[in-house]
Design a protein around this ligand. Sequence first.
Ligand code: FES
Length: 170
Amino acid sequence: MKTPSLYSKEVMKHFKHPKNVGVIKNADGVGRVGNMTCGDIMELYIKVGKNKKGKEIISDIKFQTFGCVVALAVSSMLTEIAKGKTLEEAMKITNKDILNKAGKVPMIKIHCSVLAADALHEAIYNYLEKNKRTIPENLQKEHERIKSSLKQVEETHKEFTEFEEKILEK
Ligand code: FES
């Protein structure tokens, strides 16, 4: 008898063959987020280009994560969802959208799935801030929440996050 999987086929597919893993050296925006529950860190990099209508889009996207099966799989899924989207569309991508694509995720692992959308929104925030652009109010609020939780993660799991940071810098 086949043992039922804890994860959906989609999660396992992205875990085994994650897409867009790595660093964009000259990224236009970088999002760094930390998971309060486990202390895992994720970084996401975006390049911003323009589509045929002249709208800014996410032309390239990569991520690095120290997270588990779910964190890795949903990050990979997020990069596929976000690539080619306009910044406005990308700002609207939620954890729920990613979980809908992911399918079955155990309750105990739901906290691992929230990093990806947060990291994307942080990367867009970083891009807008660097370019002295107007930051929508909801993105500003989200940034404050994510920044404060990253600070707490870095304080609570100091040794762990410093180690992760050194590895990510390589
Ligand atoms: Fe840390 Fe899943 S246990 S992201």
